[in-house]
Design a protein around this ligand. Structure first.
Ligand code: PMP
Length: 360
């Protein structure tokens, strides 16, 4: 019995990819072993990692001149690794602060002795919107500009790519990667923890422009040194093998459904169904500005917050799991990543209507 899992991450994965993984788990490619038991240096696994990278390049249309790295340590590891790889201590960097994840990235950059200039701080809206595209000024001497295109906790998503001139743009795409087409050429560096749209936790994907390699500070841990990892094809040490394998299966699923434009259509329809329902309701509400609403994470409140626990419990009993809001904001949150079908969102809406009828 599969449930509709609305977790923010680790999150629901496509059943087709899980079924393939299950069917070949105990005997991968006729090896008599699972992929979990195969050496990362074996011919077959090296080919598997190369195939995953090729699929990612194809699905995301990654231009030449970018390296793809399969790392560990999660997106949080990159909060530190990016300053270590791209800057000298004391350098100035520009950050957008649009929620709790960008705030954490800022703290890490400051701890790595960077002068952080916050070009837009949306704490003043309680992180319910993104800055207007013409409301900020980028320092042309900044080492890079960092932003979080989708804030997983607040459910706030940029509707545009910030214009940064010649300053490299760095994006934490953890909770929106693969959700729609993206112009990779606009970015200096993209990173994403895999455990939402890409597979299991333990894998972090970094896509970095060649000219940003080779600038790491002395003493940067080698497993987080982009140049060293690029030279070793991400295999300086044992990589997260199962994650790389499963990402390959998920990318085939994305490709076979029609790629990122098909994902965008699917995700837009799901988000529209839920936001339209919330906007038409006088019992439920979503606090986010209309132009900044996430396609992936939809926080919502009900008129009787004392019933939040009952809502989450009864939803779970109905096969709709992990709807509790983030512990810091309360309420509810539905994460509707790529693998969530429209039927899951419709089932949630039906449940919400029923819950309201019984409780208002
Ligand atoms: N950035 C964003 C936008 C996230 O949603 C998360 C995790 N939810 C992180 C960073 C941290 O990722 P990790 O747990 O992989 O370090």
């Amino acid at each position: 019995m599969r449930v509709y899992n609305f977790s923010a991450g680790p999150a629901m994965l496509p059943i087709d990819a899980l079924n393939v993984a299950q069917s070949e788990l105990t005997d991968w490619q006729g090896s008599g072993m699972s992929v979990l038991e195969v050496s990362h240096r074996s011919k077959s696994f090296v080919a598997c990692a190369a195939e995953t990278e090729a699929l990612l390049r194809e699905v995301m249309s990654i231009p030449t001149g970018y390296r793809v790295l399969f790392l560990q340590g999660g997106a949080s590891g990159q909060f530190d690794a990016i300053p270590l790889n791209l800057t000298a201590p004391g350098a100035t960097v520009d950050f957008f602060k649009t929620g709790q994840w960008s705030a954490k990235a800022i703290k890490a950059a400051q701890a790595q002795q960077l002068q952080v200039n916050v070009v837009a701080d949306r704490a003043e809206s309680n992180y319910t919107d993104t800055p207007a595209a013409d409301s900020f000024t980028i320092d042309p001497d900044a080492a890079y500009v960092h932003y979080t295109p989708n804030e997983t906790i607040g459910g706030v998503e940029f509707g545009y790519i910030p214009e940064t001139g010649d300053v490299p743009l760095v994006a934490d795409l953890s909770s929106t990667i693969l959700s729609r087409p993206i112009d990779v050429s606009r970015y200096g560096l993209i990173y994403a923890g895999a455990q939402k749209n890409m597979g299991p936790s333990g894998l972090c994907v970094v896509i970095v422009r060649d000219d940003l390699l080779g600038k790491a500070r002395p003493g940067t841990p080698s497993i987080w040194n982009y140049q060293a990892m690029a030279e070793a094809d991400s295999m300086l040490n044992t990589p997260p093998t199962f994650g790389i394998y499963l990402l390959g299966l998920i990318l085939k699923w994305v490709r076979d459904l029609g790629g990122l434009s098909a994902m965008a259509e699917r995700n837009q329809a799901k988000a529209a169904a839920l936001y339209d329902y919330l906007d038409a309701s006088d019992y439920y509400s979503n606090p986010v500005a209309a132009d900044s609403r996430s396609w992936m994470n939809v926080p919502f409140l009900q008129a009787n917050p004392e019933l939040d626990k009952a809502f989450v419990e009864q939803a779970t009993a109905a096969g709709l799991t992990n709807l509790g809001g983030h512990r810091s904001v309360g309420g509810m949150r539905a994460s509707i990543y790529n693998a969530m079908p429209l039927e899951g969102v419709e089932a949630l809406i039906d449940f919400m209507t029923d819950f309201e009828t019984r409780n208002r």
